[in-house]
Design a protein around this ligand. Structure first.
Ligand SMILES: [Mg+2]
Length: 351
């Protein structure tokens, strides 16, 4: 049962990435998107295989490093990122990332956090690259103290994104996956989910105020989560352009992580087209928003997959995407590690 949700999370992230990629910076019409999804169900139609992008490439590195090192090891993680990038740099990486990877390689990984820290005149990047790859941390830390999970999420993100908005966005995405994973299927309520995220982000954002950018609100993510709540109150009457205007669909963390959470919750609550598959609808809706479609659909897909599980992800979608089996294998290993840690903890307590 819980293995299904680990697998759902990583497969959901891959499906969102692969299916979202062709629409990056476009905003497809509803008709175009319906045709796109309908075409996957046509057994005789051979469609071009959808390759994954940097989102999946880096998520795989995070998962593999946690598996290999049985925990967070900054050096191993950085080495894996760099190796992956130089193996295939044409996965649509953000503009700053190659600079970080080049410096890490050039300095033989002696200064792991320095290259990211020096970006953008020392302000660091606040792209959504930290958030897009964070799901394996939420899985690996399923049974750990939340503080420990947030520490790993932040340190892992700091390797490439040292701006407060960048790492706090990754923390928010990590929390969303974590809560979805821990909520019994069929019992997730939007208010409770958002209240929990707001409470956690309030304490995250109150610490580290000194790193605020000039144009940044101290409780940036808390405020954006409240906007998510307000939009959800209006149900499906909220139009795509309003979502773009209010929450954003850009490649930066604060204008995409709350958007992915909104996509997941909007479809969860929607009673329209009830016969439809909620996972598929989440991906479809996330893509319909336009902008950074692969990352927003991937983040929404990992939250939805962690909640609905692999069983809910239609095979005809999985079959379109590169890297599904690899995601299943990594999720299975992470799950096995969690179960093992759990047993050891129980033994230690004499249970
Ligand atoms: Mg991408």
């Amino acid at each position: 049962m819980s293995k299904d949700r680990f697998q759902g999370c990583l497969v959901g992230a891959v499906v969102g990435d692969c299916l979202g990629r062709p629409f990056e910076m476009l905003r497809p019409t509803d008709e175009r998107l319906s045709e796109y999804f309908f075409s996957f169900q046509e057994p005789n139609l051979r469609l071009p295989y959808k390759p994954y992008t940097d989102d999946t490439a880096m998520t795989r590195c995070v998962a593999q490093s946690l598996i290999d090192k049985k925990g967070f090891n900054a050096r191993d993680m950085a080495v894996k990122f760099v190796k992956e990038y130089y193996t295939n740099s044409k996965r649509g990486y953000g503009s700053y990332i190659p600079i970080v990877f080049f410096k890490l390689k050039e300095t033989h990984f002696t200064d792991l956090y320095g290259p990211a820290k020096r970006l953008v005149d020392g302000k660091g990047s606040y792209g959504n690259g930290g958030a897009m790859r964070i799901a394996p941390v939420a899985l690996f830390c399923r049974d750990m103290d939340k503080e420990e999970m947030l520490r790993i999420a932040k340190e892992e993100t700091l390797l490439t994104h040292s701006n407060r908005r960048g790492y706090n966005g990754a923390i928010l995405q990590c929390l969303a996956v974590h809560i979805a994973l821990h909520t019994l299927e069929g019992t997730l309520e939007r208010r409770k989910f958002l209240d929990q995220l707001i409470m956690e982000m309030e304490s995250v954002e109150t610490c580290g105020k000194e790193e605020l950018d000039d144009d940044e609100d101290e409780l940036e993510y808390v405020k954006r989560l409240r906007k998510v709540d307000e939009l959800l109150d209006r149900g499906t009457a909220v139009r795509v352009l309003e979502v773009e205007d209010i929450l954003g669909t850009a490649m930066v963390a604060h204008l995409s992580v709350p958007t992915a959470i909104y996509a997941f919750l909007r479809v969860l609550e929607s009673t329209e087209g009830q016969e439809g598959n909620k996972f598929q609808e989440t991906i479809k809706y996330a893509i319909s928003l336009g902008g950074d479609t692969d990352t927003i659909a991937s983040m929404a897909g990992s939250i939805a997959g962690a909640y609905y599980g692999l069983e809910m992800i239609p095979l005809h979608l999985q079959e379109q995407c590169e890297g599904i089996n690899h995601a299943i294998t990594q999720a299975t290993k992470l799950h096995k590690m969690c179960e093992g840690q759990n047993k050891m903890m129980q033994k230690g307590k004499g249970i």
